[in-house]
Design a binder for this molecule. Structure first.
Ligand code: FO1
Length: 306
């Protein structure tokens, strides 16, 4: 099967790892959120791309989800000693990735070509495509004013109350090379169990990506990020409450209305009523968990194609 997955964040990366271990996935393409990208200390940081690269190459910090396992922190210690900003933690190994990406972008390389280079260097078979090579920045309108994503998510630890979310630059952004082709050619498309509002919506905001999802005949299945009516990690349910949305699978299905042919959700939760649904235990801790959820998604796609 040729599989395409829209993903962002830690939960999304876990699901993609599960897909990578499924024998029937002959070709895997990840279209990754870059709305969290930002410039920090003059460096271009692409958290969701990096989390996926680390996860697919077995280097990810298992406990944190982001950054590398066994990281050293000499740069951060030296930065603090100089009174530099220490709210965003850059491990020494992780720093090399940001320095190299910033240098290659400055030399005129695109985000997609340099990301493909890193994936190849780390032996990742999947295609890891940014949603766009153009800058798209997620901003949140909150009770503390407008905040760029990392200021909200890391610096303020998701405490501000969110009223609206916007993706600066999305209207002018073009899908990265290969994105539309992969969607048109897919046997199945999955929307990973990422935060729909913060990690998936930026991808859908890139013109022609949502339209491509609507146009394809292959099944498009979303995996609910909720387990037991809560998000496993991150601010999903707090955000849903602040946006006046019930934290249930019907709300997730409604969010993707017109885009998805089905919703895969946790077996302990109530199914949506507005789209076909399958369920499995969707909490992903072990590799076997990730493979189980990926297999469940593939089985659902096959059932919908039959
Ligand atoms: N998340 C944090 O909560 N604290 C951090 O200091 C932090 C640093 C960091 C560095 C590189 C990177 O790729 C991700 C990092 N993250 C950190 C996670 C990041 O903010 C989120 O993973 C995504 O932006 C949303 O999933």
């Amino acid at each position: 099967m040729k599989v395409v997955v829209l993903t962002g964040g830690v939960g999304g990366a876990k699901f993609v790892l599960g897909l990578q271990h499924c024998a029937e996935v002959a070709q895997l393409t990840a279209i990754v959120n870059t709305g969290d990208d930002f410039r920090h200390l003059g460096l271009h940081v692409s958290p969701d791309i990096d989390t996926l690269l680390y996860t697919l190459s077995g280097q990810a910090n298992a406990m944190q989800g982001w950054g590398r396992e066994g990281e050293s922190w000499n740069f951060m210690a030296a930065l603090k000693g100089l009174g530099g900003p220490d709210w965003f933690n850059l491990g020494d190994g992780d720093l090399a990735l940001h320095v190299l990406r910033t240098e290659r972008l400055a030399q005129g390389e695109t985000l997609s070509t340099l990301t493909a280079g890193f994936a190849q260097a780390w032996g990742i078979a999947a295609s890891v495509l940014p949603m766009s090579d153009n800058a798209v920045a997620t901003w949140l309108e909150t009770d503390e004013g407008a905040l760029p994503f990392q200021s909200y998510f890391v610096e303020r630890q998701c405490r501000p109350v969110t009223r609206a979310i916007r993706f600066e630059g999305a209207e002018e952004a073009r899908p990265a090379p290969g994105v539309l082709e992969a969607l048109a050619d897919a046997d199945a498309v999955f929307i990973a169990p990422s935060n729909p509002w913060l990690s998936v919506d930026p991808v859908l905001a890139v013109p022609s990506i949502a339209a491509a999802l609507r146009a394809i005949s292959a099944p498009v299945i979303a995996i609910s990020p909720l387990v037991g009516g809560k998000a496993v990690k991150g601010p999903t349910t707090k955000l849903m409450a602040e946006l006046g949305i019930d934290a249930d699978n019907e709300a997730i299905a409604r969010h993707y209305a017109g885009l998805v042919s089905g919703l895969l959700h946790d077996s302990g939760d109530t199914p949506p009523t507005s789209v076909p649904a399958h369920s499995t235990a969707t909490l992903m801790t072990s590799l076997d968990d990730k493979i189980r959820v990926a297999r469940g998604a593939i089985a659902f796609a096959k059932a919908l194609k039959a």
